[in-house]
Design a protein around this ligand. Structure first.
Ligand code: 5GP
Length: 184
C-alpha cells in the first residue's frame, strides 16, 4: 500500500524544472526523487546512480523486455525510463517526484491515474529560447532541436493537471508545494 503521492514534473529543456525540483526536495526532505535510467552518455559532472543510471542499449532493452519500467520514451536519439521497482519502493515511505518528459508523463497517467501531472512553462517562448542559448553546453543544431521539442512539450499542457509558470523561482516552488499539500 503506497503512502505517498506520485508527482510528475515535466517541462521543456531550459525551463528550470531541475532547479524547482531541487528546491522542493529541500523544503520536503521526506519526498524523494526518482532516478531515471538512460542510454545517453553522462555529461561532465554527472554521476552514475545520482543524476541517472547510465545504461548500455543492451541493458536498457533487457529492462524493457522484463517490464522493468513504469514508463520509457525515446528522444534526442536516446532512451529514458523510470525504473518501476525503485518508484514503488520509495512510495511506501513518502512522496515521489518524477522529472520526465511529456510522453513518459502521459504513460504514467495511464497506468497510475492517481499521479499528479505538473507542467513547468516559461513566462514566454523568447525567455526559453534565451535560456537555452545562454547555457553554452550544446551546439546550435542541438539547441534548435530543443526549441522544437519545447514547442511540442508545451503543446501537451492541456493534458496536465496543473501548469506552473516559472517566472520567479521561489513562487514557482511555492506553487508546486501547494499542489502537493492539496493533493495529499
Ligand atoms: P537530459 O538529457 O537533458 O538529461 O533530459 C532530456 C529529457 O529527458 C528531459 O526532458 C527529461 O525530463 C527527460 N527524462 C529524464 N528522465 C526521464 C525518464 O525517466 N523518462 C522519460 N520519459 N523522460 C525522462
Amino acid at each position: 500500500m503506497s503512502k505517498g503521492k506520485l508527482l510528475v514534473i515535466s517541462g521543456p529543456s531550459g525551463v528550470g524544472k531541475g532547479t524547482i525540483v531541487m528546491e522542493l526536495l529541500k523544503r520536503r526532505p521526506q519526498a524523494s526523487l526518482s532516478i531515471s535510467c538512460t542510454t545517453r552518455p553522462p555529461r561532465e559532472c554527472e554521476v552514475d546512480g545520482v543524476n541517472y543510471f547510465f545504461l548500455s542499449w543492451e541493458k536498457f532493452g533487457q529492462m524493457i523486455e522484463e517490464g522493468g519500467f513504469l514508463e520509457y520514451s525515446k528522444h534526442f536519439d536516446n532512451y529514458y525510463g523510470t525504473p518501476a521497482s525503485f518508484v514503488e519502493e520509495k512510495l511506501k515511505s513518502g512522496d515521489v517526484i518524477l522529472e520526465i518528459d511529456v510522453d513518459g508523463a502521459l504513460q504514467v497517467k495511464k497506468v497510475k491515474p492517481e499521479a499528479v501531472l505538473v507542467m513547468i512553462a516559461p513566462p514566454d517562448r523568447q525567455t526559453l529560447v534565451s535560456r537555452l542559448c545562454g547555457r553554452h553546453t550544446e551546439p546550435e543544431d542541438v539547441i534548435a532541436k530543443r526549441v522544437e521539442r519545447a514547442d511540442y512539450e508545451l503543446g501537451k499542457s492541456p493534458l496536465y493537471d496543473y501548469v506552473i509558470i516559472n517566472d520567479v523561482l521561489d513562487e514557482a516552488v511555492g506553487e508546486v508545494e501547494a499542489i502537493l499539500e492539496k493533493e495529499n
